[in-house]
Design a protein around this ligand. Structure first.
Ligand code: SF4
Length: 460
């Protein structure tokens, strides 16, 4: 980490080092936000071990793939990349290839049998990476897939790999104790452990010192965050108070564990965004029970009702699985009717993909035919498109606050960013720039995006 003396105070640089003299690591990341943040921890560990970062595969001494196992197609993508890296290895036999993350944890030693992969490291063993990579220099293989009860990497300042330096993640905890029947996470990331709030505030200050404008607190289930007597609501308040100039978001919440205190804390602090990602997975209580989600349809809807009572303008998104084991047409219709009742702003929607060794794989038959899964998923996606469009139409004519995150993908004359409700807005650049907080008058929308123009005067 390089310290810049700004006359008044020392700012720790948290950006990657691109140094031609050092050995170079090239890193590809797949999967969730947690994996994105883990890759930033991995780069910090490798930089401390003398490596620098490269975006060019051909220059890399070490190629790392941070993998995801949440669905079969996530792993299939990695197998495809490994075939590509097999060619790289043929051209440059001395390059080391490492497979890390959830797939490494799930498949372990079997990944060393394909003459491509030299190092396999699970999500809790990244501190071992430099030593294991060193072994490969003498032609040996390296592996560590031990899960930990207390590893949180809380002493490590992640090296931020994002392009624009506006938004960043802080992992406040690791692992999950919920064991939902369809999910591999408890097997690939282990049990829950929370970070000392002081280390979260240290990382927050590093982000603020480096000009970041928004932070997202990450956990598989943030609502079960717990450090001595500090609950998630307590941590959220500490973060909001410590960086009043920064927007605060968090993900992922759990319907059974979310407390009214969290909602009241959100309502109390203006810099905590009025947006909640609250996975429901299914609208049928029978399916929720076999999924081991530990709440019913009615309890979920009650949670939504409480959210709207405490924060009437809070946006809500969710996760939905179509075609879980034993799902009937009636169960599917329960999911559609719940979506209508909630009126989600956005949703991540998937068809059930059986994951080995999960509770569902061990106890249930994956009995919903593929064509039925696809038809039900299509109906869910179509309904959500309507709901998202309805949500966006309500914003037309309003003035929203947008944090500019990047240039629009469609036109370099346009900028894009998100509202506190996590809605994407595209608008003509004018004199605004990335990192600005801008007032936008919304004039039009699609189901995916809001469109408008900046009205005078930056917010800050
Ligand atoms: S809450 Fe359930 S779905 Fe989410 S990570 Fe934990 S086990 Fe997986």
């Amino acid at each position: 980490m390089q310290a810049a003396n700004t006359g008044k105070r020392t700012v720790i640089s948290i950006r990657p080092v691109f140094d031609s003299d050092r050995p170079k690591v090239y890193l590809e990341t797949y999967g969730c936000q947690m994996n994105v943040n883990d890759s930033e921890v991995v780069v910090a560990i490798m930089q401390k071990a003398g490596y620098s970062v490269t975006k060019n595969i051909g220059d890399a001494n070490l190629i790392l793939i941070n993998t995801c196992s949440v669905r079969d197609n996530a792993e299939q993508r990695v197998w495809g990349r490994l075939e590509y890296f097999r060619q790289e290895k043929k051209k440059r036999p001395n390059v080391s290839i490492g497979l890390i993350g959830c797939m490494a944890e799930r498949l372990k030693e079997s990944l060393l049998e394909n003459n491509i992969v030299d190092v396999v490291v699970g999500p809790d063993a990244y501190r071992e990476l430099p030593k294991l990579v060193e072994k490969t220099e003498s032609g040996q293989k390296g592996i560590n897939v031990l899960l930990s009860r207390d590893e949180t990497y809380s002493d490590i300042s992640p090296v931020r790999l994002d392009k624009t330096g506006v938004t960043a993640f802080i992992s406040i905890m690791r692992g999950c104790n919920n064991v939902c029947a369809f999910c591999v996470v408890p097997y690939t990331r282990g049990g829950e452990r929370s970070r000392n709030p002081e280390t979260v505030l240290r990382e927050l200050k590093e982000l603020s010192d480096n000009g970041y404008r928004e932070v997202t607190l990450l956990g598989q289930n943030v609502d079960s965050y717990s450090w001595k007597d500090v609950t998630f609501a307590g941590l959220l308040a500490m973060v909001a108070e410590s960086a009043p100039e920064m927007r605060v978001r968090f993900s992922t919440s759990h319907p059974r564990d979310m407390t009214d205190d969290v909602l009241k804390t959100m309502a109390k602090y203006g810099n905590i965004c009025n947006y909640i990602h609250l996975p429901v997975q299914s609208g049928s209580s029978a399916i929720l029970q076999s999924m081991n989600r530990k709440y019913t349809r009615e309890e979920y809807l009650q949670r939504i009702k409480t959210i709207r009572e405490i924060m009437p303008d809070c946006a809500v998104s969710t996760d939905i699985i179509a075609g879980f084991c034993g799902e009937t047409q009636k169960d599917h219709e329960d999911t559609l009717s719940l979506m209508r009742e909630v009126g989600y702003d956005f949703a991540y929607m998937f068809k059930y993909s059986e994951r080995p060794n999960t509770k569902a794989a061990r106890h249930f038959k994956d009995d919903v035919p593929e064509d039925v899964k696809i038809r039900r998923l299509t109906e869910i996606i179509e309904l959500q498109s309507e709901l998202s469009l309805t949500s966006h139409k309500k914003d037309v004519g309003s003035i929203v606050e947008v944090l500019v995150e990047d240039t629009s993908k469609r036109s370099e004359n346009d900028l894009c960013g998100r509202t506190p409700q996590n809605k994407t807005v595209v608008f003509p650049k004018g004199n605004n720039k990335i990192g600005d907080l801008v007032k936008i008058k919304i004039t039009d929308c699609s189901q995916a995006t809001l469109k408008g123009f900046a009205i005078s005067g930056l917010l800050t």
